[in-house]
Design a binder for this molecule. Sequence first.
Ligand code: SF4
Length: 331
Amino acid sequence: MPWKGEKNPYYIWLSEIILQQTRVEQGLPYFLRFKEKYPTVKHLANAKEDEVMRLWQGLGYYSRARNLHETAKNVQQNFKGKFPETFDELKKLKGVGDYTAAAISSFAFGEKKAVVDGNVIRVLARVFGIETGFDTTEGKKQFAALAQQLIDEKNPAAYNQAIMDFGGVVCSPKNPKCDECPFNKICVAKVKDLIAVLPYREKRTKITERYFNYLIIKSKKEIFIQKRTGNDIWKNLYELPLIETPKPLKKNIKEAIGKFLGTKNFSMVSGAKEISQMLSHRKIHFRFIEIELKNFDSFKLNNSKKIKLKALARLAFPKTIHLVLHENSLL
Ligand code: SF4
């Protein structure tokens, strides 16, 4: 991994933010692209938000991109472009939690601060047989305290890297390599046959379902789009005009569109494209309906604007919308 052994706090921070809730294979190309386009925190701080969101497009959890940009500006303006060096100071930065602050402070500045990520939790829960839910307040405290107790005082960075790698490579979630593991005689999970149930999660997240019906309203040269500004998923990304419904829009589609547009002066070109996407605890059901407006050139739509088709490529869209625009040769 290009961030292994990295001492530059900017690159460590960048990689950690990108890798939150993201698999390494997915995050790696994004890290390389960000590093190339914004080689220093100053470059990122001076970038336009639309450009940052565009580069982040497809990675999901977009609040990370907004926080990334805001924190870069903060570090540049208030810390003269230098990251704070301690765990406590780093935690004050937006989007930087315990894990990222510990990673930066130990890897870049050698602070004796243990990182606690999913890999670390798994190793500790199994070796020590901890049955407290890792997603509870008590569990979080317990894992953090144990990790801190175990840290190598002389080389905290190597210790942190080693335990994370150990969890990723040897003590993996499924089929851990217990036969080759140096702890296999003392590991409580191995000895008591608890590997399948540890680490233990207490709460189950309820999945909510949302129904997004998007309208593709375009001419040969222009298309209607809007920016998501509310405190909701995909804030500051662009999308097509949206009719969100509490249930699938099966019957009376034309009526619903007519009400949304405030006109009956349109025809439906197609409305069959349906896709679902899981977003942590939400399932989004997309429906893309292409319509033809008779008076496209003079038509105005609340909260939406017409832009040139060739300008679409400069804007950031949620992954599924980007895919559909691409399939329709609009991107
Ligand atoms: S013995 Fe198996 S479960 Fe226990 S720490 Fe080693 S790899 Fe993980």
